[in-house]
Design a protein around this ligand. Structure first.
Ligand code: FDA
Length: 309
């Protein structure tokens, strides 16, 4: 628990960031979780996954964008990526995931509106490529804005999806608001350090909340996206889908690139839709630290890898 809190604090600390980026971190460990630093690497990995019968959501890494030029560059990277996916004819199987902070949502009083405009351009590009966009969810201070942005984008792009985090106490209520037909909700446990006032701290409580939300989503009219590597929750999701009388193509499982690959293949072989979240880009630090925080074994591997860079 302590190492998780420390790593999540480090994920936001410029000093820790400098230390990790200049440490001889093993490339192999970073590459386990990140497709590569450029678009071509992302497209190559996406192709490989599709060939294996999987679906993909590509994430261009870049959170906490600090200036307008960078926010524009993130938008341009997404539109170029989507054009590339469309041209390759794989739009039907590969969508994108976007963080509003990467599009500049935190840049001053007009940041939110400017980020929404950029998100609209990304959605236009997704429509041209024949695919969809899902808005990632960041820390709890951004939940309301992200949900409002989702609703606004859905006026023109009704397929825009959003992430909900079961560790937040509010999430069961948010699920109830998103049960309508066409609603795409990716349910995760949550990856940020949150205060007890807003989030369950106990793992069991987070899991129980996940099941309550899952039950609502499976019994609702939307398209649930079950994003977890947790074997128990995957089993429960399958059982709830059967109980709700859902066909396999009315929901999907999602996992992160490099995590439980055998399970991804097993589910796909059983006829489930499985989407792999594929991050790429040079700004991998925050994403990488959150993955380390999720699993002590990853941290031990990371510490051992220092010096073997
Ligand atoms: P849990 O952490 O309990 O892990 C269950 C089991 O999975 C572990 O015992 C282990 O076997 C395996 N496992 C999990 N993490 C691992 C790791 N890093 N390395 C190796 N094995 C691991 N969060 C968020 O706050 N906002 C978001 O927008 C998203 N988006 C998102 C998209 C997708 C597609 C996924 C799968 C996840 C996210 N997340 C996220 C992250 C999510 O909140 C959560 O932190 C991770 O998925 C880990 O939680 P699990 O549900 O896998 O359970």
């Amino acid at each position: 628990m302590l190492s998780r809190q420390l790593l999540l604090a480090a994920a936001r600390s410029p000093a820790a960031r400098r230390a990790v980026l200049t440490a001889p971190v093993s490339r192999a460990l970073v590459e386990r979780f990140i497709a590569g630093e450029d678009r071509e690497a992302a497209v190559r990995v996406t192709d490989e996954l599709i060939v294996r019968g999987l679906h993909v959501s590509v994430d261009y890494l870049g959170e906490d964008t600090t200036d307008q030029a960078r926010a524009d560059a993130v938008r341009d990277e997404y539109t170029a990526l989507l054009a590339r996916l469309g041209a390759a004819g794989i739009g039907r199987r590969a969508e994108v995931s976007v963080k509003l902070s990467a599009l500049g949502a935190n840049l001053g009083p007009d940041g939110r509106e400017a980020a929404l405009d950029r998100a609209r351009e990304v959605c236009e590009a997704a429509r041209s490529a024949g695919t969809t966009v899902t808005l990632d969810m960041e820390d709890h201070t951004t939940s309301d804005d992200t949900l409002a942005a989702t609703a606004e984008l859905r006026v023109d792009f009704p397929w825009v999806g959003v992430v909900l985090q079961s560790y937040l106490r509010r999430t069961e209520g948010d699920c109830r608001e998103l049960l309508h037909s066409g609603s795409r909700v990716r349910l995760v446990k949550g990856a940020y350090a949150e205060p007890e006032t807003v989030a369950f701290r106990d793992k069991l409580e987070v899991d129980r909340s996940y099941v309550r939300c899952l039950r609502l989503l499976m019994e609702g009219h939307g398209y649930p996206m079950v994003a977890t590597h947790d074997p128990r929750l995957i089993e429960i999701a399958g059982a709830l889908a059967v109980r709700a009388g859902r066909a396999q193509d009315t929901y999907e499982f999602q996992m992160l690139y490099g995590i439980r690959e055998e399970e991804q293949r097993r589910l796909a072989a059983a006829g489930e839709t499985v989407r792999v979240y594929v991050p790429y880009g040079a700004d991998w630090y925050g994403y990488f630290m959150r993955r380390l925080a999720e699993r002590p074994a990853n941290l031990a591997f990371f510490l051992r890898s220092l010096g073997h860079g």
